[in-house]
Design a protein around this ligand. Structure first.
Ligand code: PGA
Length: 262
Protein backbone atom coordinates (compact mmCIF):
# COMPACT_ATOMS: atom_id res chain seq x y z
CA UNK A 1 0.00 0.00 0.00
CA UNK A 2 1.39 3.40 -0.92
CA UNK A 3 1.73 5.69 2.03
CA UNK A 4 0.90 9.34 1.51
CA UNK A 5 3.92 11.38 2.58
CA UNK A 6 3.52 13.65 5.61
CA UNK A 7 5.52 16.79 6.37
CA UNK A 8 4.99 17.97 9.94
CA UNK A 9 6.19 21.30 11.29
CA UNK A 10 6.97 21.51 15.02
CA UNK A 11 7.10 25.14 16.11
CA UNK A 12 8.04 24.16 19.68
CA UNK A 13 7.85 27.19 22.03
CA UNK A 14 8.02 29.77 19.25
CA UNK A 15 5.54 32.05 17.57
CA UNK A 16 2.69 34.44 18.24
CA UNK A 17 -0.16 36.01 16.33
CA UNK A 18 2.33 38.06 14.33
CA UNK A 19 3.42 34.78 12.74
CA UNK A 20 0.02 33.79 11.38
CA UNK A 21 0.93 35.15 7.95
CA UNK A 22 3.48 32.36 7.69
CA UNK A 23 0.66 29.86 8.08
CA UNK A 24 -1.36 31.58 5.36
CA UNK A 25 1.67 31.37 3.05
CA UNK A 26 2.00 27.68 3.79
CA UNK A 27 -1.70 27.12 3.14
CA UNK A 28 -1.57 28.95 -0.20
CA UNK A 29 1.48 27.00 -1.35
CA UNK A 30 -0.13 23.75 -0.26
CA UNK A 31 -3.37 24.59 -1.99
CA UNK A 32 -1.61 25.40 -5.27
CA UNK A 33 0.55 22.33 -5.42
CA UNK A 34 1.70 20.40 -2.42
CA UNK A 35 -1.51 18.95 -1.03
CA UNK A 36 -2.22 16.91 -4.15
CA UNK A 37 0.54 14.52 -3.20
CA UNK A 38 1.49 15.23 0.39
CA UNK A 39 -0.20 15.72 3.76
CA UNK A 40 1.04 18.76 5.66
CA UNK A 41 0.52 19.55 9.36
CA UNK A 42 1.80 22.43 11.46
CA UNK A 43 1.99 22.04 15.24
CA UNK A 44 2.10 25.53 16.76
CA UNK A 45 2.14 26.32 20.47
CA UNK A 46 -1.24 25.74 22.14
CA UNK A 47 -1.93 29.49 22.33
CA UNK A 48 -2.12 29.60 18.53
CA UNK A 49 -4.16 26.47 17.84
CA UNK A 50 -7.47 28.19 17.18
CA UNK A 51 -5.83 30.89 15.04
CA UNK A 52 -3.83 28.24 13.19
CA UNK A 53 -7.01 26.32 12.49
CA UNK A 54 -8.53 29.43 10.88
CA UNK A 55 -5.38 30.11 8.87
CA UNK A 56 -4.65 26.56 7.67
CA UNK A 57 -7.62 24.22 7.56
CA UNK A 58 -8.81 22.35 5.62
CA UNK A 59 -5.81 22.40 3.25
CA UNK A 60 -3.16 22.00 5.93
CA UNK A 61 -3.84 20.22 9.22
CA UNK A 62 -3.16 21.58 12.70
CA UNK A 63 -1.55 19.54 15.46
CA UNK A 64 -0.72 19.87 19.14
CA UNK A 65 2.75 19.34 20.62
CA UNK A 66 1.66 17.30 23.64
CA UNK A 67 -1.46 16.28 25.56
CA UNK A 68 -2.37 14.94 28.98
CA UNK A 69 -3.37 11.31 29.39
CA UNK A 70 -6.65 12.24 31.10
CA UNK A 71 -9.61 13.67 29.20
CA UNK A 72 -10.23 16.31 31.88
CA UNK A 73 -9.50 16.88 35.57
CA UNK A 74 -7.48 18.81 38.13
CA UNK A 75 -4.31 19.17 36.05
CA UNK A 76 -3.49 22.87 36.11
CA UNK A 77 -1.70 23.99 32.99
CA UNK A 78 -2.33 20.82 31.00
CA UNK A 79 -4.30 20.32 27.81
CA UNK A 80 -6.20 17.13 27.06
CA UNK A 81 -6.53 15.27 23.78
CA UNK A 82 -10.27 16.03 23.49
CA UNK A 83 -9.43 19.73 23.99
CA UNK A 84 -6.92 19.56 21.15
CA UNK A 85 -9.53 17.89 18.96
CA UNK A 86 -12.06 20.53 19.99
CA UNK A 87 -9.66 23.27 18.87
CA UNK A 88 -9.58 21.65 15.43
CA UNK A 89 -6.30 19.74 15.77
CA UNK A 90 -6.04 16.46 13.87
CA UNK A 91 -2.59 15.38 15.06
CA UNK A 92 -0.55 15.52 18.26
CA UNK A 93 3.19 15.06 18.70
CA UNK A 94 3.89 12.75 21.66
CA UNK A 95 7.09 11.59 23.32
CA UNK A 96 9.29 14.25 21.77
CA UNK A 97 12.78 13.97 23.25
CA UNK A 98 12.49 17.48 24.65
CA UNK A 99 9.53 16.30 26.72
CA UNK A 100 11.13 12.98 27.58
CA UNK A 101 14.28 14.69 28.89
CA UNK A 102 12.91 18.08 29.97
CA UNK A 103 9.60 16.97 31.51
CA UNK A 104 10.53 13.50 32.72
CA UNK A 105 8.21 11.62 30.36
CA UNK A 106 8.93 7.91 30.16
CA UNK A 107 7.64 5.31 27.72
CA UNK A 108 4.74 4.30 29.96
CA UNK A 109 3.48 7.87 30.21
CA UNK A 110 3.87 8.38 26.46
CA UNK A 111 1.82 5.22 25.87
CA UNK A 112 -1.00 6.57 28.06
CA UNK A 113 -0.95 9.82 26.11
CA UNK A 114 -1.03 7.94 22.80
CA UNK A 115 -4.09 5.99 23.97
CA UNK A 116 -5.74 9.28 25.00
CA UNK A 117 -4.97 10.80 21.60
CA UNK A 118 -6.51 7.81 19.80
CA UNK A 119 -9.64 8.01 21.97
CA UNK A 120 -10.04 11.64 20.96
CA UNK A 121 -9.69 10.73 17.29
CA UNK A 122 -6.26 12.33 16.92
CA UNK A 123 -3.35 10.91 14.97
CA UNK A 124 -0.41 10.42 17.35
CA UNK A 125 3.03 11.35 16.00
CA UNK A 126 5.14 9.25 18.34
CA UNK A 127 8.80 10.32 18.58
CA UNK A 128 11.67 7.96 19.29
CA UNK A 129 15.41 8.46 19.05
CA UNK A 130 18.75 7.74 20.63
CA UNK A 131 21.20 10.03 22.43
CA UNK A 132 24.65 10.76 21.08
CA UNK A 133 26.21 8.34 23.60
CA UNK A 134 23.79 5.55 22.63
CA UNK A 135 24.55 6.23 18.97
CA UNK A 136 28.30 6.05 19.60
CA UNK A 137 27.84 2.80 21.54
CA UNK A 138 25.97 1.21 18.63
CA UNK A 139 22.77 0.99 20.69
CA UNK A 140 20.47 2.88 18.32
CA UNK A 141 18.33 -0.07 17.26
CA UNK A 142 18.06 -1.43 20.80
CA UNK A 143 16.93 1.97 22.08
CA UNK A 144 14.36 2.33 19.32
CA UNK A 145 12.99 -1.16 19.94
CA UNK A 146 12.62 -0.38 23.62
CA UNK A 147 10.96 2.98 23.00
CA UNK A 148 8.59 1.63 20.38
CA UNK A 149 7.63 -1.31 22.59
CA UNK A 150 7.03 0.92 25.60
CA UNK A 151 5.45 3.96 23.95
CA UNK A 152 2.98 2.31 21.62
CA UNK A 153 -0.10 0.73 23.16
CA UNK A 154 -1.69 -2.09 21.18
CA UNK A 155 -4.02 -0.92 18.45
CA UNK A 156 -1.63 1.15 16.32
CA UNK A 157 -2.67 1.48 12.68
CA UNK A 158 -1.67 3.65 9.75
CA UNK A 159 -4.71 5.80 10.45
CA UNK A 160 -4.02 6.61 14.09
CA UNK A 161 -0.22 6.52 14.32
CA UNK A 162 2.83 8.09 12.73
CA UNK A 163 6.32 7.29 14.04
CA UNK A 164 9.03 9.95 13.94
CA UNK A 165 12.63 8.80 14.22
CA UNK A 166 14.53 11.72 15.69
CA UNK A 167 18.12 11.08 16.74
CA UNK A 168 18.52 13.42 19.73
CA UNK A 169 22.02 14.37 18.64
CA UNK A 170 20.69 15.61 15.29
CA UNK A 171 17.91 17.84 16.65
CA UNK A 172 18.76 21.49 16.12
CA UNK A 173 22.38 20.45 15.59
CA UNK A 174 22.82 20.94 11.86
CA UNK A 175 23.91 17.35 11.37
CA UNK A 176 22.08 14.19 10.43
CA UNK A 177 22.79 10.46 10.16
CA UNK A 178 23.97 9.33 6.73
CA UNK A 179 21.28 8.26 4.23
CA UNK A 180 22.49 4.67 4.69
CA UNK A 181 22.00 4.87 8.44
CA UNK A 182 18.53 6.37 8.07
CA UNK A 183 17.56 3.66 5.59
CA UNK A 184 18.74 0.86 7.89
CA UNK A 185 17.01 2.37 10.91
CA UNK A 186 13.70 2.94 9.12
CA UNK A 187 13.82 -0.57 7.69
CA UNK A 188 14.39 -1.95 11.20
CA UNK A 189 11.51 0.11 12.58
CA UNK A 190 9.22 -1.19 9.84
CA UNK A 191 10.23 -4.76 10.68
CA UNK A 192 9.70 -4.17 14.37
CA UNK A 193 6.22 -2.81 13.70
CA UNK A 194 5.51 -5.72 11.42
CA UNK A 195 6.23 -8.21 14.22
CA UNK A 196 4.20 -6.16 16.63
CA UNK A 197 1.06 -5.24 14.68
CA UNK A 198 1.26 -7.45 11.60
CA UNK A 199 2.62 -6.63 8.19
CA UNK A 200 -0.42 -4.98 6.57
CA UNK A 201 -0.84 -2.53 9.46
CA UNK A 202 2.91 -1.91 9.70
CA UNK A 203 3.10 -1.13 6.00
CA UNK A 204 0.50 1.59 6.43
CA UNK A 205 2.24 3.43 9.30
CA UNK A 206 4.15 6.45 8.11
CA UNK A 207 7.74 6.67 9.36
CA UNK A 208 9.09 10.23 9.47
CA UNK A 209 12.67 11.30 9.87
CA UNK A 210 13.33 14.35 12.08
CA UNK A 211 16.48 16.20 13.14
CA UNK A 212 18.01 19.10 11.19
CA UNK A 213 15.85 18.65 8.09
CA UNK A 214 16.44 21.71 5.90
CA UNK A 215 15.60 22.63 2.30
CA UNK A 216 19.20 21.66 1.40
CA UNK A 217 18.99 18.05 2.63
CA UNK A 218 15.24 17.34 2.42
CA UNK A 219 15.30 15.95 -1.14
CA UNK A 220 17.96 13.38 -0.29
CA UNK A 221 16.34 12.35 3.00
CA UNK A 222 12.80 12.13 1.63
CA UNK A 223 13.95 9.88 -1.21
CA UNK A 224 15.24 7.23 1.22
CA UNK A 225 13.31 4.01 1.24
CA UNK A 226 10.84 3.76 4.16
CA UNK A 227 11.09 7.48 4.88
CA UNK A 228 7.52 8.67 4.47
CA UNK A 229 8.02 12.29 5.42
CA UNK A 230 9.73 14.57 7.89
CA UNK A 231 9.22 16.17 11.29
CA UNK A 232 10.71 19.63 10.93
CA UNK A 233 11.60 21.88 13.85
CA UNK A 234 13.70 25.00 13.21
CA UNK A 235 13.12 25.14 9.45
CA UNK A 236 9.34 25.07 9.93
CA UNK A 237 9.51 28.54 11.50
CA UNK A 238 10.46 29.98 8.14
CA UNK A 239 7.52 29.61 5.74
CA UNK A 240 9.69 29.60 2.62
CA UNK A 241 11.97 26.91 4.01
CA UNK A 242 9.05 24.79 5.16
CA UNK A 243 7.34 25.10 1.77
CA UNK A 244 10.62 24.17 0.06
CA UNK A 245 10.84 21.06 2.25
CA UNK A 246 7.24 20.13 1.40
CA UNK A 247 8.11 20.51 -2.28
CA UNK A 248 11.10 18.20 -1.89
CA UNK A 249 8.89 15.14 -1.53
CA UNK A 250 9.70 12.99 -4.57
CA UNK A 251 7.02 12.67 -7.23
CA UNK A 252 5.23 9.34 -6.74
CA UNK A 253 6.38 8.00 -10.12
CA UNK A 254 9.98 9.08 -9.62
CA UNK A 255 10.19 7.87 -6.04
CA UNK A 256 12.20 4.75 -5.27
CA UNK A 257 10.09 1.73 -4.36
CA UNK A 258 8.60 2.12 -0.93
CA UNK A 259 7.06 -0.06 1.60
CA UNK A 260 8.16 -3.59 0.92
CA UNK A 261 9.92 -5.43 3.69
CA UNK A 262 12.82 -7.44 2.42
P1 PGA B 1 15.05 20.46 14.15
O1 PGA B 1 14.02 19.83 15.22
O2 PGA B 1 14.42 20.29 12.78
O3 PGA B 1 15.16 21.91 14.56
O4 PGA B 1 16.31 19.69 14.27
C1 PGA B 1 13.28 18.67 14.94
C2 PGA B 1 12.41 18.33 16.11
O5 PGA B 1 12.84 18.50 17.26
O6 PGA B 1 11.27 17.87 15.92
Amino acid sequence: MARRPLIAGNWKMHGGRADLDKLRMIREAARRQICETTDVVVCPPATLLAHAFEALEPTVAVGGQDCHFAASGPYTGSISAPMLADSGARYVILGHSERRSGCGEDDALVARKVAAAWSAGLVAIVCVGETEAEHAAGRTLAVLREELTGSLPSGATGDNTVIAYEPIWAIGAGRTPTPDEIEKIHHAMREHLSHRIGEPAARAVRLLYGGSVKPENAGEILAIRNVDGALVGGASLNAEDFIAICRSVPEPAAAPPRGGLE
